[in-house]
Design a protein around this ligand. Structure first.
Ligand SMILES: [Zn+2]
Length: 455
């Protein structure tokens, strides 16, 4: 790939080890990697980008999503529900998912994420209707490739249906052998562990109330054998806590510990209802948490104890969660929502806007087990986004590039977004797909999906 020079950015917020912020800076990129960063870089490159009037940030990294839910957003009948009834209602629609719905919902959700600065997306896909063959994870990798972003898929799973005391309908759960066989195949086919990888796979049973003990235990053994990471929902609601106490007579984290689910290779989505001892255990074992503030507010789930987690050293990343409980896929907006939520609940102990930016970059990278992304420094991937700051609505607000995404937010798409040295979106337009065509196909898919469920 040819070299590229980004010239004269008003500010570069690096999120590097020194929390450096560079003024009037250049960034030289070779083969998708940052080769040099600083002032007045002279290099002979075929291409230059003038970044005067822009602030540049590391590409955001989303650590928990359900992209298929992009097609069940803004549905009137679930807007007043909490997680359990919300899930039970939506399973009835999700059972109609097919390859096309997965492909176009992935393009839709990923596309929105990219426009607002996201360059790496992790998805937790766990709905595999028994009645039809599918290539869901393959479809998701195709969508990510078309858009040019780094994608971390998960082979999610559900094995405890209604008849076994679980929450999902019986036709949406699979047996343990089918699930584990598919995990092995998908890791073999798609997982690339090398630095600067665009394709990774993790193993991700859905939640304590939709999987069996056997699946949790065997997944942990298999993931460690295959050297891939493990992810699930945990401590999202009080209903889940009651469910665990009732069914296995343990609190959720104790139950997961009994199944082998603690360690640096594990991260949980949400992590709201941990007690003090459990937070200490997470910190000690370096088990991570993906914080999903908008979804937690939307479903009235509670407030994650982010300040305490940061103090204790619990690995933390940021995520939008599935877009049926958000109902957007905008990680840039999530930074501001997180900042405000914790200002409200923790006052002077609340993290800063910059703390949340770091959570959405370096913190998220660490949850995915990566140190090649998440900050702007020599040798790191050229994943970044630029914001146009020469706007009337930002006049008088330009003192602090590090905290701005929390304090003010940024309510329009990034000026440009780059992954691996390639521009993947510019002024809100995706480079890899024909947006009007995809939008039309997506809307047809949604109609079809809702019709199948009689909605
Ligand atoms: Zn989720």
């Amino acid at each position: 790939m040819a070299a590229l020079l980004i010239r004269n950015a008003d500010a570069v917020v690096t999120a590097d080890d020194e929390d450096s912020i560079l003024r009037n800076a250049d960034i030289l990129i070779r083969d998708g990697v940052i080769a040099e960063i600083g002032r007045n870089i002279s290099a002979d490159t075929e291409k230059t980008i003038d970044a005067h009037g822009c602030w540049i940030y590391p590409g955001l990294i989303n650590t928990h999503h359900h992209l298929y839910q992009t097609f069940t957003r803004n549905l009137p009948m679930v807007q007043k529900m909490e997680l359990f009834p919300w899930l039970v209602t939506l399973y009835e629609i999700w059972r109609g998912l097919d390859d096309e719905a997965i492909y176009y919902s992935s393009l839709t959700g990923m596309g929105e994420l990219i426009k607002y600065g996201c360059t790496t997306v992790m998805d937790h896909h766990y709905v595999f209707p028994r009645e039809r063959e599918n290539n869901f994870i393959g479809m998701q990798f195709d969508a990510a490739k078309a858009l040019g972003l780094r994608f971390c898929a998960s082979r999610g799973s559900m094995s405890r249906g209604k008849k076994d005391g679980g929450l999902p309908p019986d036709d949406l759960v699979q047996d343990v052998d089918t699930i584990l066989d598919d995990c092995v195949q998908l890791v073999k086919k798609y997982h690339d562990p090398s630095p600067l990888s665009f394709r990774q796979v993790v193993l991700a049973p859905c939640s304590p109330f939709s999987v069996t003990d056997a699946l949790l235990k065997e997944t942990a053994v298999l993931a460690r054998k295959l050297k891939v990471r493990m992810h699930t929902h945990l401590c999202e609601t009080k209903d889940e806590e009651r469910y665990c106490l009732e069914k296995v007579n343990m609190r959720p984290l104790a139950y997961m510990e009994s199944c082998g689910w603690l360690g640096e290779d594990v991260w949980y989505a949400h992590g709201i209802h941990f007690n003090d001892e459990e937070l200490a255990l997470l910190a000690k074992t370096k088990t991570g948490v993906a914080h999903c503030p908008v979804s937690n507010m939307k479903l009235s789930s509670g407030v994650c104890r982010v300040s305490e987690m940061l103090e204790l050293g619990v690995p933390l990343g940021l995520a939008v969660d599935g877009s049926a409980s958000n109902d957007c896929s905008n990680l840039l907006a999530e930074i501001r929502a997180a900042y405000l939520l914790h200002r409200l609940s923790r006052s002077e102990k609340a993290p800063t806007g910059y703390d949340f930016l770091k959570m959405a970059t370096r913190g998220s990278a660490a949850l995915l087990g990566r140190n090649d992304i998440g900050c702007l420094a020599v040798g790191k991937a050229a994943d970044m986004f630029a914001l146009d700051i020469e706007l009337l609505e930002l006049a008088g607000a330009l003192l602090d590039p590090m905290n701005m995404l929390g304090t003010l937010g940024y309510s329009r798409p990034a000026e440009w977004v780059m992954a691996g040295g390639k521009i993947i979106a510019e002024k809100g337009v995706l480079a890899g797909i024909d947006e009007p065509e995809v939008r039309n196909k997506a809307n047809v898919c949604v109609k079809d999906l809702l019709q199948k469920a009689g909605v």
